[in-house]
Design a protein around this ligand. Structure first.
Ligand SMILES: Nc1nc2c(c(=O)[nH]1)N[C@H]1C(S)=C(S)[C@@H](COP(=O)(O)O)O[C@H]1N2
Ligand SMILES: [Mo]
Length: 247
């Protein structure tokens, strides 16, 4: 990034004044009072396609910590895993013209983007890895995302910890169509291992670790986050973390 986050926060009032379209949307106005809103506004003002930093193969971390769920024990997931994900399907539905149910082989045949990026977890660790998989934007175009869609909700296969609740996350359409937003089926040149979210996980590179949903089963396009989980758009957002976890 050319501008530091600090200079953006200091200068955000002036910058925002020039961005009427963003600043008049009621949901954005509500966000602007918060630090979360400042990160969102700052990133959007740098440009919708501003890229997260990418690294070289030499920078790849020798050890990439696995965090959160690492070995889901849900019966449906275990059955898919046991059969090599033969009958697993990625569902893309909700506000789409053509709902999809893609096999893993079909997902792997789609044009892939590879990117070497840094993962930042709120627990205070980072690691660099190479991810590859189809861009979410291409999948949403295949499915015919409707103009009324505002969010992509990612439904996961695992229940985290003792909560008993399925992990899920959500991103808005700008991040969904960002070039570095991919559904990764490989990591460091090999098929994604169980602890990293096999068979498919999200990489949304301008946001923190907990947004990087693993064990993704379904992309649901919606116009609101109401009525899913506890209504805040993600497992950790439901527990007080920011929904927009900009880095
Ligand atoms: N389905 C699912 N996705 C998840 C989690 C989880 O518990 N379940 N943990 C999140 C958190 S907090 C982090 S830091 C990253 C960890 O990804 P990694 O195991 O590849 O390091 O996954 C995120 N995505
Ligand atoms: Mo995390």
């Amino acid at each position: 990034m050319l501008l530091s986050r600090r200079s953006l926060v200091i200068g955000s009032g002036a910058l925002l004044a020039g961005c009427d379209k963003l600043a008049t949307r009621p949901d954005v106005l509500k966000l602007l009072g918060s630090a979360e809103g400042l990160t969102l506004a700052s990133q959007r003002l740098i440009g919708r396609d501003a890229l997260a930093q990418e690294f070289s193969r030499a920078d790849i971390s020798p050890i990439f910590k696995a965090n959160g769920s690492k070995d889901p024990q849900e019966a449906a997931y275990l059955a898919h895993k046991a059969s090599g994900f033969q009958d697993w399907r990625l569902i893309v539905d909700g506000l789409v013209e053509r709902p999809l149910a893609l096999s893993l082989a079909q997902v792997k045949q789609l044009p892939a983007r590879a990117q070497i990026t840094r993962h930042d977890c709120v627990e205070g660790w980072s690691a660099i890895g190479e991810w590859a998989g189809p861009q979410m934007g291409g999948l949403l175009t295949m499915a015919g995302a409707k103009a009324s869609a505002r969010y992509v909700v990612l439904h996961c296969a695992d229940r985290y910890g003792s909560s008993g609740e399925l992990y899920y996350e959500s991103i808005d359409m700008l991040d969904a169509f960002h070039p570095q937003t991919i559904l990764a089926h490989s990591m460091n040149g090999a098929p994604l291992r169980t602890e990293y979210g096999a068979p498919l996980r999200l990489r949304v590179e301008r946001q923190l670790g907990y947004k990087q949903a693993k064990y993704v089963m379904r992309l649901e396009l919606r116009d609101s986050l109401d009525g899913i989980g506890r209504g805040k758009g993600g497992f950790w957002p439901d527990r007080g973390y920011e929904w927009y976890a900009g880095i």
